[in-house]
Design a protein around this ligand. Structure first.
Ligand SMILES: [Zn+2]
Length: 182
């Protein structure tokens, strides 16, 4: 199997239909593998199973074609453990997405605080109490909106684009025979 990664060309763009990512052979991100790597890292599951020989998507017994990249076990034999190098790619993606959400929530809190300071300055007398109420309630809602709603879609798309780049690097590593642990 030849690696399709060509360092001189732009990495393949993730396919997104109606806001939902559709896994392809070029960008074979697997939700099931993502969940499994998180479980393995947390120590809740062993790094053992039956995985697609190309993209490591977990394959249920009897499944001979990968639901993520459509590679068949006849074309590339199934593997019994997840590549450590690929696990790093998935873990890095999770961490980055977490950082986006975290940063957005902090930006919301800072923005809310700035608005509160403005209100304290412009509101007369006792109505300054509304600035304090805004600081407590408003900041919370702005932070959760930015952290949970506004940034999710951005983080989702950025995460997949970065996965695509990292997947190309993984393919190059594997083509050199440097991606397997044993
Ligand atoms: Zn696959």
């Amino acid at each position: 199997m030849a690696a399709t990664g060509d360092p001189t060309s732009a990495p393949p763009q993730p396919t997104i239909v109606d806001g939902e990512f559709v896994p392809t052979h070029d960008v074979p991100f697997s939700e099931a593998l993502d969940a499994m790597i998180a479980e393995v890292r947390a120590g809740n599951a062993p790094n053992l199973g039956r995985f697609c020989g190309y993209c490591y998507t977990p394959l249920d017994q009897g499944l001979d074609s990968c639901p993520t990249c459509t590679t068949t076990v006849d074309a590339v034999p199934a593997r019994d453990k997840i590549s450590r190098a690929l696990a790093h790619v998935y873990t890095a993606k999770r961490k980055r997405e977490g950082r986006y959400v975290h940063s957005a929530a902090w930006a919301g809190i800072l923005f809310g605080a700035a608005v509160s300071v403005g209100l304290i300055i412009v509101l007369p007398d006792w109505t300054k109490v509304f600035a304090v109420i805004f600081l407590i309630v408003g900041s919370y809602y702005i932070a959760s909106y930015l952290g949970n709603v506004a940034i999710q879609d951005y983080a989702y798309r950025r995460g997949l684009q970065q996965f695509s780049v990292a997947w190309q690097e993984f393919l190059e590593l594997r083509a050199r025979g440097a991606a397997e642990d044993d």
